[in-house]
Write a protein that binds this ligand. Sequence first.
Ligand code: U5P
Length: 225
Amino acid sequence: MDVVFALGGSVLMPKEGASTENIQNYAKAFKKLKEMGHRVSVVVGGGNTARQYISVAREFANESFCDEIGILATRMNSMLLISALGKDAVKQVPENFKDAEIILNMDKILVMGGTHPAHTTDAVSATLAEFIDADLLVIATNVDGVYNKDPRCNENAVKLDKINTKELLEITGSSSMSAGSSGVVDPLASKIIDRAKLKTIVVKGIPEEILASVTGNHNGTTITP
Ligand code: U5P
């Protein structure tokens, strides 16, 4: 299967900082999927590094400048994952989808970060999945699925096991577009998932759920056209 993962920067690089074991466990999961014969792409987010830098820069700069800072953080996190993947990856972070596809065609795990301002790496992962005709997009993030309301501010929010892309558009449509924002799925990504009719799974970004999203029995939300 041809699978694109959006790996939240905050799961790869939690608030407490980088941990060798944590990065290694993600690298192992992606290597395992490659060994099983899957074609694997990983789009890495900017996490806390991006958010810390953006919150200071915002005092001086406009949103697209802050986005550019966020993009640099996504590429730095990408380099960290690439370092742990060793010979299974290429020591370069592509900045567009054509260069990304060349890496996949070299039979390597593709790792990339952001591309242009005004969206998050969710939108990058959805566009990459469309561009390479992937079979599955997996959004591995800091929540365990899509809820009917934002679970961070609604105690009675309910996790949805299965939704369609139109329902995803309704749920995510009102999320913020400002630099560093962190809704469960970026609204632009939802639009791309809908237009490209991409089968998508949103799971908690832990190695076990990343593996289960491809092999079955994950605990997240499945989104179908
Ligand atoms: N960002 C972009 N374009 C991209 C990827 C990221 O502008 O293609 C910026 C956004 O401000 C985003 C931040 O919130 O970098 C960190 O990425 P993410 O962790 O939110 O995906």
